[in-house]
Design a protein around this ligand. Structure first.
Ligand code: TGC
Ligand code: FAD
Length: 387
């Protein structure tokens, strides 16, 4: 059955013509290019590389960055809508686009010299280069400040040693934005594929985000040229990139929730038990209404957050609230959707288990649900509870 947009409060009527076009174009792309192939890749544990050039042609990589670097120069609502539609397809596809845009192109644009902007941004926008972002380490996840990966000043550059773990697109990447301590202070470096001493083995065995490549990054005396150091110091460097990506995830999670809701509504209207569609039972209606209710609230949060961001008035704590809420309701919606689909809910014919398992990663990465609770707790009480 053709996908009908879920927009109970007519939020899409508030969009500009350009924003409407972005949402409709990416939605159409997901229906025709992502949904027909994603389950096969999910089962095989592979990322659909054929999508990279097509996503680039859609203009989603670095969508908010200026046109002079080959980017679309659109606003943050366009970015959010694109992430929503991509994640209606699969969180792994949205992850690819978020990492490329928010965690690689954003820091290169914001903290890179003009030379490295010109070197990397057009290729990353065009999908002829892939990027990754290395912050997490085996022993430092929620607390990246403790990282042990380090850089030492040498003639003409830096010597990088250490390891990162759980890095999306790591083995695919032509360029890695890597955070390491230099004289005790966190700094960002661009590590390029093929640099001596740099390897990126793929991690296997995931039950979640299977249509996404996740890797370790290993640095053994990697020589980084002086020009590959980003111009930012301290944890605010990587955290400022995370604010961009968490913003996109807030929208993306609503896309996943819409995917499982849409499947549930169609299923409930066509599945007959006790001689009636199961949609006619009050308990099933309550479940569908819960999903629609939470999706609608999440859509309104995202829409307003996007307008705040475009007006330069959004703060990172507001992003934490949206990421925390929207991923949480999406996971709950996936759980309820599985219930509504009965045994069929576990089959690959429906997107339910794939979204459900994917959202477990989304709940953990980019700041866990609990870390966002503590960020908000610290903001409203003035007391930090995570140390
Ligand atoms: P804290 O003292 O709070 O802050 C240190 C400095 O950073 C500034 N800051 C921010 N700046 C911009 N954006 C934000 N969101 C910021 N949050 C904080 C802050 O003002 C301060 O600046 P300054 O200049 O005064 O030094 O730092 P803390 O060590 O107490 O840590 C705070 C905490 C726990 C919240 C933080 O470490 C955190 O967010 N931890 C979670 C780690 C995380 O999210 N990792 C994500 C790894 S990347 C990833 O998961 C990619 S998945 C990609 C995909 O596939 O989609
Ligand atoms: P931990 O920090 O060990 O947390 C474990 C549990 O303890 C969580 O429930 C957490 O909320 C809780 N906890 C921790 N500290 C506190 C506290 N102070 N108070 C209360 N509870 C606490 N990272 C990157 O850098 N780049 C990537 O591209 C990337 N991609 C990823 C892709 C996938 C598929 C996954 C699963 C992860 C990815 N990550 C990436 C890593 C991700 O950001 C981390 O997993 C996340 O930050 C949490 O760290 P951790 O897994 O070490 O959990």
């Amino acid at each position: 059955m053709a996908f009908q947009p879920v927009d109970y409060y007519n939020v899409y009527d508030l969009l500009t013509e350009e924003e409407k076009l972005v949402r409709e174009t990416v939605s159409d792309f997901v229906d025709h290019e992502v949904l027909p192939i994603i389950e096969k890749h999910y089962q095989a544990g592979t990322f659909p590389m054929d999508l990279v050039g097509k996503l680039a042609d859609l203009g989603v990589f670095g969508i908010t960055l200026p046109q002079e670097y080959g980017c679309a120069g659109m606003n943050n609502v366009c970015y959010g809508l694109a992430m929503q539609e991509l994640e209606r397809g699969d969180s792994g596809v949205r992850s690819f686009a978020s990492v490329q845009s928010s965690l690689v192109m954003y820091p290169i644009y914001t903290y890179g010299s003009e030379e490295i902007r010109k070197k990397w941004l057009p290729k990353l926008a065009g999908g002829t280069a892939i990027g990754c972002f290395g912050l997490t380490e085996p022993d430092f996840g929620s607390n990246p400040n403790g990282m042990i990966t380090n850089a030492k000043k040498i003639d003409g550059g830096y010597l990088l040693n250490g390891a990162k773990m759980w890095i999306t697109n790591g083995s695919l990447a032509d360029v890695a934005v890597v955070w390491a301590k230099l004289d005790g202070e966190i700094c960002g470096f661009l590590v390029e594929k093929g640099m001596k001493g740099f390897s990126a083995p793929e991690m296997k065995g995931k039950h979640s985000l299977r249509a996404s490549v996740t890797s370790e990054l290993i640095f053994q005396d990697v020589e980084i040229p002086e020009g590959n150091k980003l111009d930012v110091k301290g944890l605010r460097g990587p955290l400022s990139c995370l604010t961009q990506a968490r913003y996109g995830i807030s929208w993306g999670a609503i896309g996943a929730a819409i995917g499982v809701y849409d499947s549930s509504l169609n299923y409930a209207k066509s599945r007959i038990q006790f001689d009636k569609p199961i949609a006619s039972f009050q308990l099933v209606q309550e479940k569908l209404v819960w999903m629609l209710n939470e999706i609608t609230k999440g859509q309104l949060l995202c829409y307003h957050l996007g307008r705040l961001k475009d007006a330069g008035k959004m703060n990172p704590n507001q992003v934490s609230l949206a990421k925390r809420n929207n991923v949480d309701i999406a996971i709950r919606a996936a759980r309820i959707a599985r219930d509504i689909h009965g045994a069929n809910g576990i089959l690959d014919e429906y997107p339910i288990m794939r979204h459900s398992a994917n959202l477990e990663s989304v709940r953990t990465y980019e700041g866990t649900h609990d870390i966002h609770t503590l960020i908000l707790g610290a903001d409203i009480t003035g007391i930090q509870a995570f140390k």
